[in-house]
Design a binder for this molecule. Structure first.
Ligand code: PLP
Length: 378
């Protein structure tokens, strides 16, 4: 008997590693194991790969090579920017939102304990921030203010108008950081035009390897290292570079940028079809987040409470469909979502996040809708 193929609709948690990236990384593991800090031939070969990867990433983002640093992922990048901008740039006030990823929110909590003023912008029921609120907050002393707002929300998929926020921050003289982990490789970003100070990214969200990420630090606002140690990353991050990961990240990003339009077209088809079918088949389904500014890879919906919907994620998993209740939670236990709490969503409704990649198909959507009907209507 052939094993039924699973359907993976949890690409906001992580994306499958692309075959091309895996092949390149595996080949390198055999041929290039030098330490990039060594001055002999093995070391120089590894160094050249890291620097080539940096050039690729900088080109993809319209940044200069000196503005890109590799890290262990989105969490480290966000921690580094927030904590070191307080330490090194004299930031005393941070304006953010309650919908940020925990790597931002928990960093902010710590900074608040250390005396930094943290202000959370209000969000409406669709999870939208009002830029007029931000403008009002930036109307007073901003010299020591950092604005930290995520580009794409990982739970409900809301997309921030990055250009307007960066223009506003520039106009008012505040620093601007965006957690672009979910948006990198999905939307064109040209940092030569977009005036933000910091952004963070993570390779495993665009079909690269896990445990490697990047931080963009605009050359006008230098912060120091987050990890003290050796002089790697031009003194910005001690620790021997994750050479395979860095090369994998660069290839994955380059491919994501080159294939962006084609991937987006495919994914939009899948999302559109899924939305249509859900609305046709389930009278009580509700679309969560800001539908008009929704990321094309994320479809967040909720179902009314019932014995079946409460077990929905588990039942979907048993039927071979991987989805999630919001963010991928680090403890492995399903917890309430701080995002839904912040938008005051009806907590009793069962939220399911389906998130897509270009590997998904409309046939998978139809099979999933059939499974949902079996679970919820029987
Ligand atoms: C918006 C956002 N920021 C940060 C992170 C953390 O990235 P990493 O898993 O690379 O630490 C994630 C991962 O889920 C995310 O979705």
């Amino acid at each position: 008997m052939t094993k039924k193929q699973r359907i993976y609709f949890d690409n906001a948690a992580t994306t499958p590693l692309s075959e091309e990236v895996r092949e390149q990384m595996c080949a390198l593991m055999q041929t290039c194991w030098g330490n990039p800090s060594s001055i002999h031939a093995e070391g120089r070969k590894a160094r050249a790969l890291v620097e080539q990867a940096r050039k690729t990433v900088a080109t993809c983002l319209g940044a200069s090579i000196g503005e890109i640093f590799f890290t262990s992922g989105g969490t480290e990048s966000n921690n580094m920017i927030l904590k070191n901008s307080v330490r090194d740039l004299g930031v005393r006030r941070i304006i953010s939102s309650p919908l940020e990823h925990h790597s931002v929110l928990h960093s902010l909590q710590r900074l608040e304990q250390e005396g930094v003023e943290v202000v959370y912008l209000p969000v409406d029921q669709k999870g939208r921030v009002d830029l007029e609120d931000l403008r009002r907050l930036l109307a007073r002393e901003v010299r020591h203010t950092l604005v930290s707002l995520m580009y794409v929300n990982n739970e409900i998929g809301n997309v921030l108008d990055l250009e307007s926020v960066s223009n506003l921050c520039l106009e008012c003289g505040a620093f601007f950081h965006s957690d672009t982990v979910q948006g990198l490789g999905r939307y064109p970003l040209n940092l030569a035009d977009l005036k933000l100070n910091f952004l963070s990214g993570s390779a495993h969200k665009f079909h690269g390897p896990k445990g490697v990420g990047l931080v963009y630090i605009n050359s006008e606002n230098i912060i120091g290292p987050f990890l003290d140690g050796g002089a790697q990353e031009r003194n910005m991050r001690g620790s021997t570079e994750n050479v395979y990961g860095i090369v994998g990240l660069a290839l994955a990003l380059q491919t994501a940028v080159e294939e962006m339009a084609e991937r987006r077209r495919k994914i939009e088809q899948v999302k559109f079809h899924f939305k249509k079918r859900l609305l046709q088949e389930f009278r009580d389904v509700r679309l969560e987040g800001d539908e008009e500014n929704s990321h094309y890879t994320i479809l967040s919906v909720s179902f009314p409470p019932s014995g079946k919907s409460d077990l929905l994620l588990m039942l979907l998993d048993i039927e071979g469909v991987s989805a999630s209740g919001g963010s991928a939670c680090s403890s492995g236990v399903e917890q309430g979502s701080h995002v839904l709490e912040a938008i005051r969503a009806d907590e009793k409704r069962k939220m399911v996040r389906f998130s897509f990649s270009h590997y998904n198909t409309v046939e998978e959507v139809d099979s999933t809708v059939d499974i949902l009907k079996k679970i919820l209507h029987s």
